[in-house]
Design a protein around this ligand. Structure first.
Ligand code: TRP
Length: 451
């Protein structure tokens, strides 16, 4: 017997795949992955990353979806329901709380960076209509960070478009948005890829990304690859679990998990193949990228290349769309939780959650200027929030999810949720979720804390 979620349901398998891919495909794919790959031995990093996706990402994603579909609520109440049903300790509800707090923290700075993508899209659109060119990209970027007013304006705008979608609900908001935005994202990406291929340096880019240089592989490479797998697949904070809560019972979880992981990986690789040819053509060194790769290096190329301005609009538009469909998935869990608390409508819940997270985001925005000398854990404010949320809470959350799904949750519950798997397939999933994933995550966590 199965019931629907009180929040709504995805209308089809495709709707779920688009929504979960929308969550996964984000800033992590388009600037972080290419830069990590270039700094960690190119092809060797890519191979290790693929192994992490298959061995850790896929089984944990399946675990999140199946727990969500069993509970049908926001993370905290899903865990509450699962522990009650199975007679397990209520302490496991902490997984839901970690997820909720991580979502709030990640969205608080993700929204500020999402605001940057809107700001840059706007600057280049303005240029089409005769606005001033970006002649000194480093100065433009530095000026943006130095201006609290501009940062907060775009942070507010980004949070506004995010809450607008979440307030409308699962079918009318989330599903409608991703059905429009994800095809748009693929279209822009293919356009940029076509441009990269036509400039002729895609071969050099492919060689750079796919020729393994194992001499550059160190322990850090493994850590970077596994950490990136987690962040890129949106795992560890119950975001995919929340989307799983709205998944109809007859849809195969392994199948959608594979589709989402493959889409996420493909976008990361294609983004690399779109960005590096441009950098190579204009002789810009990709090493030492980070945030600067996107916001300072690429604009150098835009001002010199043919169709540079429309290319720039498409590129930052792509980043914005990718960030938007991810931020939706970060606002959904706290909004759904507030709905479950009692009498608030979805609209009011989403707005309350967004205003609260927006206010925390001010810490990130002001940390770049007014509070730029403040240090927490030896990091600036944005770095500290990102460290606590991404480097600590995600792996801890992921580890607990693996342990709960592997050792605590009744095996029959998992088996019936994964009924599309063969007997051997289920045994492999059990092995990955019980042994491989926890061990690898523990190793990474240990290195991050003590290494
Ligand atoms: N996966 C997204 C990216 O690559 C970011 C993201 C969205 C995320 N939701 C998340 C990361 C939940 C961790 C947890 O940009």
């Amino acid at each position: 017997m199965d019931k629907n979620s009180i929040h709504g349901m995805w209308s089809s398998r495709l709707a779920f795949i688009l929504a979960a891919s929308g969550s996964a495909v984000g800033l992590g794919n388009i600037w972080r992955f290419p830069y990590l790959a270039s700094d960690n031995g190119g092809g060797a990093f890519v191979l290790i990353y693929l192994a992490c996706i298959v061995l850790v990402g896929l089984p944990i994603m399946a675990a999140e979806i199946l727990m969500g579909r069993q509970g049908r609520m926001s993370p905290v109440n899903t865990l509450r329901k699962l522990t009650r049903e199975g007679g397990h300790s209520g302490g496991w509800t902490v997984i839901g709380w970690i997820g909720m707090v991580a979502a709030v923290l990640i969205l608080s700075f993700y929204s500020v960076v999402g605001g940057w993508t809107m700001h840059y899209t706007w600057l280049y659109i303005a240029q089409i209509f005769g606005g001033p060119p970006i002649s000194d990209p480093v100065a433009t970027f530095t000026n943006l960070l130095a201006s609290p007013g501009t940062l907060i304006f775009w942070h507010t705008a980004f949070m506004a478009v995010t809450v607008a979608v979440v307030a409308m609900g699962v079918e009318k908001g989330l599903e409608r948005a991703v059905k429009f935005l994800m095809p748009l994202l693929f279209l822009i990406l293919l356009g940029l890829l076509g441009y990269g291929i036509s400039t002729g340096n895609v071969g050099q880019a492919a060689e750079f990304l796919f020729t393994p240089d194992f001499s550059e592989v160190t322990g850090d490479t493994l850590l970077a690859a596994l950490g990136q797998a987690f962040f890129s697949l949106s795992l560890g904070m119950c975001g995919i679990m929340t989307y799983g809560a709205y998944l109809p019972r007859d849809i195969s979880i392994p199948r959608v998990a594979v589709a989402v992981s493959a889409t996420d990986t493909a976008v990361a690789l294609l983004a690399g193949l779109a960005i590096f040819p441009v950098l190579f053509t204009f002789g810009i060194a990709p090493a030492g990228g980070g945030p600067g790769l996107i916001f300072t290096s690429l604009p150098l190329a835009f001002s010199d290349m043919a169709f540079g301005i429309p290319y720039a609009v498409a590129f930052f538009g792509l980043l914005f769309v990718a960030a938007w469909t991810s931020s939706i998935s970060l606002l959904e869990p706290p909004s759904a939780f507030l709905v479950e608390m009692g009498n608030l409508s979805r609209r009011t819940s989403a707005i309350i959650a967004a205003v609260f997270i927006w206010a925390i985001g001010l810490v990130t925005a002001l940390g770049f200027n007014v509070w730029q000398n403040v240090r927490v854990f030896g990091r600036d404010l944005q770095g500290a929030i990102e460290f606590v949320a991404s480097d600590l809470m995600l792996p801890i959350g992921g580890l607990l999810i693996a342990i709960f799904a592997g050792y605590v949750l009744n095996r029959e519950v998992a088996r019936s949720q994964l009924s599309h798997l063969s007997k051997a397939g289920f045994a492999i999933w059990r092995f990955l979720i019980c042994i491989v994933a926890p061990v690898l995550v523990l190793v990474v966590l240990g290195f991050k804390l003590f290494g």
